[in-house]
Design a protein around this ligand. Structure first.
Ligand code: APR
Length: 230
């Protein structure tokens, strides 16, 4: 039983046409994080925030999964029950590629959250501030996104998986945002091997024994075939 834990970031969706955050032309070059990715920003200007996520929801709906997403599906199919996918991404490209359980630690564009009663439901393509919660009817709908200063989802389950991981792979993340950037140290502390897939070493690249440089659509399929050939 070899437990493979995979963490993905915006880089795995880049070749599907979705923007990353910290590239020169990234999302954080166009928008101030404090305006569109904090509870304070949402309280200050809910229209700006809701429309930021409406635009990203539309872009994600128009994107298609790429060979990087598909390689992970092939890996999961080869090792049923032994592959755990944790993503920082809020798009649904992993699911649309055919992945089983996807742990969205930063939330999901396809989900809406009631700020009054914590009810979750499938978000409409276009949300509006003050949309009513289908459960409690409060005008308190918000994007189900984990903003800076909020607790990422499923952290207990994630650390349980990292404790059992024998192989940890990080794909397309710059290693700038914790707690995700600390997952490699946690996995290695528990004896896992660690491999990173990126265009360049991430901020935590030195913690990986193996770094595969290049686009994930090229590097991931090669890696998965290596594992399947073992
Ligand atoms: N293949 C592999 N890696 C790629 C590719 C590609 N085709 N294109 C870009 N990358 C890499 C970049 O080199 C970079 O290291 O993807 C990484 C993207 O980094 P970020 O833009 O910082 O995105 P991410 O690491 O996912 O951000 C983490 O920060 O703002 C928050 O909540 C947001 O989930 C996000 C978190």
């Amino acid at each position: 039983m070899q437990k493979i834990v995979i963490l993905t970031g915006a880089g795995i969706s880049a070749e599907s046409g979705l923007g990353t955050f910290r590239a020169e032309d990234g999302l954080w070059a166009e928008h101030r994080v404090e305006d569109v990715a904090t509870p304070e920003g949402f309280a200050r200007d809910p229209h700006l925030v809701v429309n930021f996520y409406n635009a990203r929801r539309e872009q994600a709906a128009a994107a298609v999964p790429n060979d990087g997403h598909k390689a992970l599906v092939k890996l999961e199919a080869a090792f049923p029950g032994e592959v755990v996918l944790i993503t920082q991404n809020v798009d649904d490209l992993h699911e649309r590629a055919g992945m089983g359980r996807v742990i969205h630690m930063h939330g999901a564009l396809k989900s809406a959250l009631c700020a009054a009663c914590d009810h979750r439901w499938e978000a409409p393509l276009v949300m509006a501030p003050g949309d009513a919660c289908p459960k409690c009817a409060a005008p308190a709908a918000r994007p189900d996104i984990v903003w800076f200063g909020e607790m990422p989802y499923d952290m207990e389950e994630i650390f349980d998986h990292l404790a059992e991981a024998e192989l940890f792979a990080s794909v397309g993340t710059s290693g700038n945002v914790y707690p995700a950037a600390g997952f490699v140290a946690e996995a290695r502390r528990n004896g896992a091997q660690a491999v990173e897939f990126n265009l360049e070493p991430s901020a935590v690249g030195s913690q990986f024994e193996d770094i595969r440089l290049g686009p994930a659509t090229k590097t991931l399929p090669v890696w998965v075939d290596e594992i399947l050939a073992r």
